[in-house]
Design a protein around this ligand. Structure first.
Ligand SMILES: *Cc1c(COP(=O)(O)O)cnc(C)c1O
Length: 376
């Protein structure tokens, strides 16, 4: 049986003309016309006022923390249900994460828990330096109440929209609401440059500063002069060409992933104990991954038995992210709540969801899950 992957890259063929133009013009470097055009086209696609193409989403998060002045000993609030890349840059800065649990409508940061935490901290005069809000699996968090809290306490909001390109929140792209937003073009994301990321902001000076940091922090001088520490975080002109070809098909990619979800939903939603990640009323879920939970008592098998049965049929499925407050490396840090995210982790399964997935492949996935349910 041919292996079915969770979320493989899906090339369109449009990428090659842009990569070829980089070769033809010998722009084989970071910076170059594809990078400039990719940034502009990304702004057009998301309505972000300013954008900076980088080597990864992680680099984008790191630079946003630096520009915001996050320093050793500072605290940064972050969603606990996420991938570790949302948190690692906090540690790069010597700062301390504080993890906040999920709500059940979108699985993202619970605004009520954030409100309680910030009010308690305000009383002790120990407010965090920033909030990193993750839009998980392609669904926007409930941004309005979280942004209102950040504004009330004067704390900048950074949106981790790495998984949420093509989604919406009340008609706009998640990622463009906060002081900064980050996106990822890693190989498994909804569009890819094999590796890459984007930082967006409505504050031009924010992007200007991040751009300088990303290219070794050169001061404006004919010689090499530096007055702050720099990084080598820029996207190459070749990879930006891949991104330009990918971005043109974003709407089709979202439609394909949502169609995957519809197929799984139709085939599996009526099995007892199966529940799909909901789509919150505030926007469009891009269904980057189709995610469901399995109640073992009702279903007759647990998440891990289902995952192993799929693996035995050469199908890659993954447990939901293990929450950050449960990670050994983040054990020393504070967390607020956590039981909701723990339950999603314990029972949650991500199904193969690539935009190139065929209905035949999806049927294989569905058949295995039905067989486990029936105890075959
Ligand atoms: C993929 C991802 C990142 C990191 O992006 P890279 O481009 O791989 O560095 C950050 N946050 C979340 C939620 C992600 O899924």
């Amino acid at each position: 049986m041919k292996r079915i992957y969770l979320s493989p890259p899906h090339m369109s063929g449009l990428e090659q003309q842009y990569v070829q133009s980089a070769f033809d013009s010998n722009w084989i470097a970071p910076l170059g016309p594809n990078v400039d055009a990719f940034e502009q086209e990304f702004c057009a696609a998301t309505s972000a006022p300013h954008a900076l193409a980088l080597s990864s989403g992680t680099a984008a998060l790191h630079l946003s923390l630096i520009v915001l002045g996050v320093q050793p000993g500072d605290e940064v609030v972050v969603s606990t249900l996420t991938f570790s890349a949302s948190v690692n840059p906090i540690i790069y800065q010597g700062a301390k994460p504080v993890f906040i649990d999920s709500e059940t409508a979108s699985w993202n940061m619970d605004p009520n828990l954030l409100a309680d935490f910030l009010s308690a901290r305000a009383q002790r005069n120990r407010l965090p330096k920033a909030v990193i809000l993750v839009h998980l699996y392609g669904q926007s968090a409930d941004i309005d109440p979280i942004l209102a809290l950040c504004n009330q306490y004067g704390i900048p909001l950074i949106e981790d929209a790495a998984e949420a390109l093509g989604a919406s929140y009340r008609g706009k792209a998640p990622g463009v609401f906060g002081k900064a937003g980050i996106f990822s073009f890693n190989g498994n994301k909804i569009i890819t440059t094999s590796g890459g990321g984007m930082l967006v902001s409505d504050d031009k000076s924010f992007i200007v500063h991040a751009r300088k940091l990303s290219t070794q922090s050169r001061d404006p001088a004919p010689h090499y002069q530096h007055s702050e520490i720099g990084y080598n975080y820029r996207m190459s002109n070749i990879l930006a060409g891949v991104g330009r070809g990918q971005l043109q098909l974003l709407a089709e990619r979202v439609a394909a992933r949502r169609a995957n979800f519809e197929f799984y939903h139709k085939a599996l939603a009526n099995l007892s104990g199966v529940q799909f990640m909901p789509e919150a009323e505030w926007g469009l879920h891009n269904r980057w991954l189709t995610v469901l939970t399995i109640n073992p008592a009702q279903f007759g098998a647990d998440r891990e038995q289902v995952r192993l049965a799929l693996e035995a049929d050469n199908i890659e499925a993954r447990p939901v992210w293990k929450p950050m407050h449960m990670q050994p490396v983040f054990a020393p840090y504070e967390s607020v709540g956590g039981q909701v995210a723990e339950s999603f982790f314990r029972h949650g399964l991500c199904l193969p969801s690539g935009s190139s997935l065929t209905r035949g492949e999806q049927q294989r996935v569905v058949d295995v899950i039905h067989a486990v349910h029936q105890g075959v």
